[in-house]
Ligand binder design. Structure first.
Ligand SMILES: Cc1ncc(COP(=O)(O)O)c(C=O)c1O
Length: 420
């Protein structure tokens, strides 16, 4: 078990692992070593139980019925909204919009805020680190509105280049789209400082929190941004749960995203008026159980303590980078100081395509990601076609890092034999 300086474990990983039934399974005859957490995390029994409890005791549609089950479902759904809001530091549930995932949240901002506010000649800034989810929606809205999009470069260490950002910011800049943490390099950006710079020219700041909210204690007030989107499935919660947080006055001024049931105040033959927040953005039947599952995940993470999770991940990332760097022919990408990054470690094995290496790792039960990780502009800027990515979470151990390194040594031997 990893230990912090004072000698106490940051997390009781053995106890945590007992909460995750899937970690008992074998893959290709080996114990599962699940290192694909940046793509999606596993679910603890507490979250699975919340889903089972909802479907067993309460299941009904929300906001629609006067009968007991519907009222109970509505109460549980709205309680989940409040709980998740507290997890990110807001006590205004009207600022918490349920979405399916980060992608949907960022598309909502681009479509609703962007179409209402962007004009020809306006500028949208994003960074070279962005996942396609915080780039493609802005490209689409730029094409539709005549706005222009530019990317902030990275420093050689993989950090957002603040000098370049300063050069690009101008009174024409209306939006800065930025990931709080990179899903490839692990880089954590100083979003508070960057938001101050963007606000000084009158731009709004839309943050992709997919890789930060699950790993870093988050307080939207301290971050000082305008929008923050994140995915439940990357923080122990069900697939299909997610949140867009937005400043209330911005959400109130924006047109709705989808039209239909649940989001209207009055409907006439030819027009409609909108419900107040948060219903305005809740068209159709929402993912009620999944949102309740996300609230259960927030309880679970808070019980572990986000500061303890961070300590555990810093130690694991540091250990993984050291061990990987010791394997001949392995190149590790991104900032080397584990304090400036999350526990996402991308690397390559020289001469072996990441998909081939990933397949050999899978034969040893080690699950990693191989590819461009939905960051083609970043990979292009690094002159890479693809990378392997190991990403860690609360249940991962130093032994699993060792299993990864051992399996990588096998991949290296297999390919060296093939090419000899
Ligand atoms: C930084 C980042 N942004 C956005 C996304 C998209 O998340 P989702 O597929 O849950 O919408 C991901 C997922 O990998 C990500 O890592």
């Amino acid at each position: 078990m990893l230990r912090v300086d004072r000698g106490a474990p940051a997390l009781d990983v053995a106890r945590i692992r007992a909460d995750f039934p899937i970690l008992q399974r074998q893959v290709n005859g080996h114990p599962l070593v699940y290192l694909d957490n940046a793509a999606s995390t596993q679910k603890p029994r507490q979250v699975i139980d919340a889903l089972v409890d909802f479907y067993t005791r309460i299941n009904a549609n929300v906001h629609r019925g006067v009968h007991t089950l519907s009222v109970e479902a509505t109460d549980a759904y709205e309680a989940a909204r409040e709980r998740i809001g507290r997890f990110i530091g807001t006590d205004d549930p009207n600022e918490v919009v349920f979405v399916r995932n980060t992608t949907e949240g960022l598309n909502l901002v681009a479509a609703c805020w962007g179409r209402a506010n962007l004009r020809p000649g306006d500028e949208i800034l994003a960074t070279q680190l962005e996942h396609h989810s915080n780039l493609v929606p802005w490209q689409r809205v730029a094409q539709d509105t005549g706005a222009h999009i530019a990317l902030v470069r990275l420093t050689p260490d993989g950090l957002v280049d603040l000098d370049h950002l300063r050069q690009l910011l101008s009174p024409r800049t209306r939006v800065l789209a930025i990931a709080h943490a990179s899903n490839v390099l692990g880089t954590i950006s100083d979003v508070t400082r960057i938001a101050d710079m963007a606000h000084a020219v009158g731009a709004i700041v839309a943050v992709d929190g997919a890789q930060s909210v699950p790993h870093l204690a988050t307080d939207v007030g301290t971050l000082g941004v305008d929008f923050l989107a994140f995915s439940g499935h990357k923080m122990l919660a069900p697939l299909g749960s997610g949140v867009l947080w937005g400043r209330r006055e911005l959400l109130e001024a924006m047109p709705p995203f989808l039209g239909g049931g649940g989001m209207i105040r009055e409907v006439y033959d030819d027009r409609a008026t909108w419900a107040p927040l948060p219903e305005k953005f809740d068209a159709g039947t929402p993912a009620v159980a999944d949102s309740i599952g996300l609230a259960a995940a927030c309880d679970y993470l808070d019980e572990l303590g986000m500061a303890n999770i961070r300590t555990h991940e810093i130690e694991l990332a540091g250990y993984a980078m050291d061990r990987l760097a010791s394997v001949p022919d392995v190149t590790v990408y991104g900032p080397r100081d584990p304090h400036g990054r999350t526990a996402v470690v991308s690397f390559n094995l020289d001469g072996v395509h990441p998909h081939d290496a990933g397949t050999i790792l899978d034969e040893a039960g080690v699950a990693v990601r191989a590819g461009h990780h939905c960051c083609q502009p970043l990979h292009r800027s690094l002159d890479l076609a693809a990378t392997l990515r190991a990403s860690f979470y609360v249940y991962n151990t130093a032994d699993e890092v060792d299993a990864l390194v051992d399996a990588l040594a096998v991949a290296r031997r297999v390919y060296q034999r093939k090419t000899a």
